[in-house]
Design a protein around this ligand. Structure first.
Ligand code: FES
Ligand code: FE2
Length: 442
């Protein structure tokens, strides 16, 4: 079993002061609201208190009841199409961490719900999400995964576009004929960059209010200061149905059983959930530490015997942060503080998903080879344990197998997620969705 130990250099105490500044700034700038209260270290302190209380008393906050979910929600191709159209192409989706494209001209390509995108940073430092289809006859402009370009030239007839998407030049324009270039830029998606993460809505005409959707969660995530972190590594691999895959990121119930060989049988199977609209933070009410999952599960052991004023920010942020509907952020230590951002995207069909794992760190790893080894290990755990188990469950969920699956009172995070998927799908318009987000934040 791998052992990962934590240490606490002095710099973390200095960071606590900068967090305090952040609190003063936000309160002054925007007034004291529910969102702002959640937007700082002061929110994490009561959460840590709650986790420690449950850990000491051996208690767990539970959902009201065991929830049944129709099995076909995971296997029905029509339901899957509906989820693409009513969830994935409608609500903001994380495209990746800002530090993946830190400099003007940096770009990457990414496919979501069958739509190929270019995510670029322009000369003003703004992130753009462009549909990767030339406005002449639809050719894919860039096939390669990432790089640095001020303009994209189409490999078919040579039209060129800026990294903001405007059409710069038409080859042999005098032969081609007159068109208004302003009408033929690349299609651009609404983009929102905050807390060192980039979101886009896979619908150029969307009127979703991203702030309402996020319910202050991005302001909470600012405590990590991801915008100053470094991009270290990425892994891409396939898995089972996207919600089967995502379910595994939403509960700890399986950890000491499925991950007995890797995380150990003594890992906790309990999770406490804290929500911001559809988004959730999961922490473990356990007092032990010492194995690989220490940071990921959010143990508060380091804090238990200290006064609250000495609770360090890093430990307060431990646990899993899920960003509805496709992303999970979990801490790790690979010779330095880091997080694994897992982006679980629906694949080509109902039974397939694609996961991008982004490894970002506060500082470059002291030993890059050892860090890569650790990332390989995380990837193997997810592929060979979580996703292999998810794939083995799929045949039994098809018609003629199980009618429904269960989420226990201890699997509150999965219940919250699936209820939100249904609520979003039931909303008939962007206006309905905006009202839903506003209500949930009230
Ligand atoms: S399809 Fe792009 S220039 Fe023709
Ligand atoms: Fe797992």
């Amino acid at each position: 079993m791998k052992k990962v130990f934590l240490n606490y250099p002095l710099v973390k105490f200095i960071k606590n002061f900068s967090d305090l500044k952040l609190i003063i700034y936000y309160n002054w700038e925007r007034g004291i609201t529910k969102k702002i209260n959640k937007n700082n270290r002061e929110t994490l302190i009561p959460i840590a208190r709650d986790v420690i209380k449950h850990a000491k008393e051996g208690t767990l906050r539970q959902a009201d009841e065991v929830m049944k979910l129709p099995s076909e929600n995971y296997t029905d191709p029509d339901r899957f199409e509906d989820e693409l159209n009513k969830v994935i192409k409608r609500v903001p989706i994380i495209l990746g961490p800002s530090c993946e494209i830190p400099k003007p001209g940096d770009f990457k390509t990414l496919s979501i719900a069958g739509m190929s995108l270019i995510v670029s940073r322009d000369d003003e430092g703004k992130a753009n999400a462009l549909i990767n289809a030339c406005s002449h006859r639809g050719a894919c402009l860039v096939e390669n995964e990432n790089g640095n370009k001020r303009k994209f030239t189409c490999p078919y007839h040579g039209w060129s576009f800026s990294n903001k998407g405007s059409l710069i030049a038409i080859s042999a324009q005098e032969d081609f004929g007159e068109i208004n270039k302003n009408d033929y830029g690349l299609r651009t998606l609404p983009v929102y960059e905050s807390a060192g993460l980039i979101w886009a809505i896979i619908n150029p005409k969307s009127t979703i209010d991203i702030q309402s959707f996020l319910a202050g969660y991005d302001k909470m995530l600012e405590i990590f200061a991801f915008s100053e972190w470094v991009y270290v590594s990425k892994r891409t691999f396939s898995g089972p149905n996207w919600k089967i895959a995502y379910d595994g990121y939403l509960e700890y119930y399986h950890v000491p059983v499925l991950h007995r060989e890797t995380f150990g049988v003594d890992a906790t199977n309990r999770g406490l959930y804290y929500t911001w609209g559809p988004h959730q933070h999961i922490k473990s009410p356990a007092t032990e530490k010492g194995h690989v999952a220490t940071e990921t599960l959010g143990y508060m052991a380091e804090l238990i015997d200290k006064p609250e004023t000495e609770w360090d920010t890093e430990t307060l942020t431990y646990g899993v942060w899920t960003v509805f509907p496709t992303t999970s952020i979990a801490s790790f230590d690979a010779g330095g503080r880091g997080v694994l951002i897992s982006q679980i995207l629906p694949g080509e069909s109902v039974g397939e998903s694609i996961t991008n794992q982004y490894y970002i760190m506060e500082n470059p790893p002291a030993n890059p080879e050892a860090a890569e080894e650790q990332f390989d290990f995380f990837q193997q755990v997810v592929m060979q344990e979580d996703y292999a188990m998810g794939s083995s469950a799929q045949p039994g969920l098809k018609k003629g197998g199980l009618d429904h699956v269960l989420f226990g009172r201890n699997e509150q995070g999965n219940q919250h997620f699936h209820k939100w998927v249904d609520k979003v799908m039931a909303a008939k318009s962007d206006d309905d969705l905006n009202s839903l987000f506003m209500q949930e934040d009230a």
